[in-house]
Ligand binder design. Structure first.
Ligand SMILES: [Cu+2]
Length: 141
């Protein structure tokens, strides 16, 4: 009987945990494919966020991310470390838009983030400057 009590405690915990996950879920942005066959996205970086912060792209189609930061003295960067998926990016950002080009070669979810950190303070990533690039299959029609 003890066992079932433990089990129900775990189930209740999982239930509330999953509600938490749903709430924390980021708004997904699906990159449109332009006439020239490039998936283009515009991203804004600031203290301490990326907008959008959940980007969906299709595999094996070139991507261009036009990214800039809000005018401020705080430096920011855009980093993705997923070389096995064709994503190996490390760019410092300015308030002039920069275009980051890559072609994702593998389906999956990859975190992107800002790797800046000031002295002993929390890193920008810890303060929320991170997001996900999700690479999905092309849906043929
Ligand atoms: Cu930053």
């Amino acid at each position: 009987m003890k066992y079932t009590r433990y089990l129900s405690v775990i189930l209740i915990f999982l239930f509330f945990f999953s509600i938490g996950i749903t709430k924390a879920q980021k708004e997904q942005f699906i990159a449109p494919i332009d006439q020239d066959g490039i998936q283009r996205i515009e991203v804004l970086a600031g203290e301490y966020f990326f907008n959008p912060d959940y980007i969906i792209v299709k595999v094996n189609i070139p991507v261009e991310i036009k990214i800039k930061k809000e005018p401020s003295l705080v430096p920011h960067s855009f980093v993705i470390k997923a070389p096995d998926a064709g994503l190996n990016i490390e760019e410092s950002l300015s308030s002039e838009p920069k275009i980051i080009k890559f072609t994702p070669t593998k389906v999956g979810k990859h975190p992107f983030y800002c790797d800046k950190k000031f002295l002993f303070f929390k890193s920008h990533r810890e303060k929320g400057m991170e997001g996900i690039i999700e690479v999905i299959e092309k849906q043929e029609k």
